[in-house]
Write a new protein. Structure first.
Length: 279
C-alpha cells in the first residue's frame, strides 16, 4: 500500500506521521520545534524522517505556520519559529529522493476537514483556527483555494481605529484588553474572569465575541462557505463562547473540527496523497 509522511509543524511542537492511502495513521512521532535556527530546524525534520520506514512512501506533505511558496517548496517566513528563507522541499528531496508538498498549516488543516472531517459532505468549507492568532482557509470541491491567505491580518474598523482580526488571538489579548480599558493579561485570564462573572472579564469577553462575530460575517459574505469549522487552543474554553457565535450567526453553519487540533496532520497527509495522485 502506498503511503506518505505528513508533517504538522507548529511553533511549539513538530509532529510527523506515516499515513497510508486508507488515511490510517500507522506511526507518528512528536518533538519540540527548534526555534531561531534554520539549520537546527531542518536537522530536526531530517532526523524525524529517518526514524520511519520509507519503503512504500511516495511523498512528503507538510503544513507550516507561516508563509510558503507551494510551487517551489520554500518556506518564506515562520514568525512564531523565528526563521525564514528555507528551501524546505529542496533539502528534503535531496536527502530522501522524495517529492515534497508544502502548504500553510491552516490550508492543509482545512483540506483535512474538507476531505475527511466535518466538511466532507460539503462543497465549500471554510476553516477557522483561533489560538495564538486567528487564521482561516477555504477549500472548494476538496481543493485548497490559494486566493484565501493570511485572512487574520485583514483590517477592520473597531471603535474608530483600524485593527487586524489577529488582535483577538491569544497572544494579543493583553493588547485587546487595554484597547477596551481593561487590565487582563491573557486569554486564560479573560475566560476565567468571565466564568467567575467578574465585570472586567465579562465585558472584555463580550467585546471579544463581537469581533469574532464580525470576522465570521466577513468571511461568510466574502467566500460563501457551506460550513465553517473551528479549531485551535482557545476552543478549550468553547463553553464560554461557541454557543454564542452560533446564535449570533444563524445564517452560517458553524461546527467544531472533526479532527480538532489534529486536522493539520491529516490534511498534510491528504495533500501529499492528492499531489502524488494516489487519491
Amino acid at each position: 500500500m502506498k503511503k506518505v509522511l505528513a508533517f504538522d509543524i507548529g511553533g511549539t511542537n513538530t509532529r510527523l506521521a506515516l499515513i497510508n492511502s486508507r488515511f490510517e495513521v500507522e506511526r507518528d512521532l512528536i518533538t519540540p520545534t527548534p526555534t531561531g535556527s534554520k539549520e537546527k530546524f531542518m536537522e530536526n525534520c531530517i532526523e524525524m524522517i529517518k526514524k520511519f520506514p520509507l519503503e512504500d512512501v511516495v511523498a512528503i506533505g507538510a503544513g507550516v505556520p507561516g508563509v510558503v511558496n507551494p510551487e517551489t517548496g520554500k518556506i518564506i517566513i515562520l514568525p512564531n519559529v523565528h526563521i525564514g528563507d528555507i528551501n524546505f522541499g529542496e533539502i528534503l528531496t535531496k536527502e530522501f529522493n522524495l517529492p515534497v508538498y508544502l502548504r500553510n498549516d491552516a490550508q492543509v488543516a482545512c483540506l483535512g476537514e474538507a476531505y475527511l472531517g466535518a466538511g466532507k459532505k460539503f462543497d465549500r468549507v471554510f476553516f477557522v483556527t483561533i489560538s495564538t492568532g486567528l487564521g482561516g482557509a477555504l477549500c472548494v470541491d476538496k481543493k485548497i483555494q490559494d486566493y484565501v491567505t493570511e485572512v487574520g491580518h485583514t483590517l477592520f474598523n473597531w471603535n474608530g481605529q483600524m485593527i487586524e482580526f489577529e488582535t483577538i488571538g491569544g497572544c494579543n489579548i493583553e493588547k485587546f484588553a487595554k484597547m477596551n480599558g481593561k487590565n487582563i493579561a491573557n486569554a486564560r485570564e479573560m475566560f476565567q474572569s468571565a466564568r467567575y462573572e467578574e465585570r472586567d472579564g465579562v465585558e472584555l469577553l463580550n467585546e471579544w465575541v463581537k469581533v469574532l462575530d464580525k470576522y465570521i460575517q466577513l468571511m461568510a459574505d466574502s467566500y460563501q462557505p457551506d460550513i465553517m469549522v473551528f479549531t485551535g487552543g482557545l476552543m478549550k474554553a468553547k463553553d464560554m463562547f461557541f454557543h454564542r457565535i452560533r446564535q449570533d450567526n444563524p445564517n452560517v453553519l458553524i461546527q467544531e473540527c472533526h479532527f480538532s487540533e489534529g486536522a493539520g496532520l491529516m490534511g498534510a497527509g491528504v495533500y501529499a496523497l492528492q499531489c502524488a495522485k494516489i487519491i
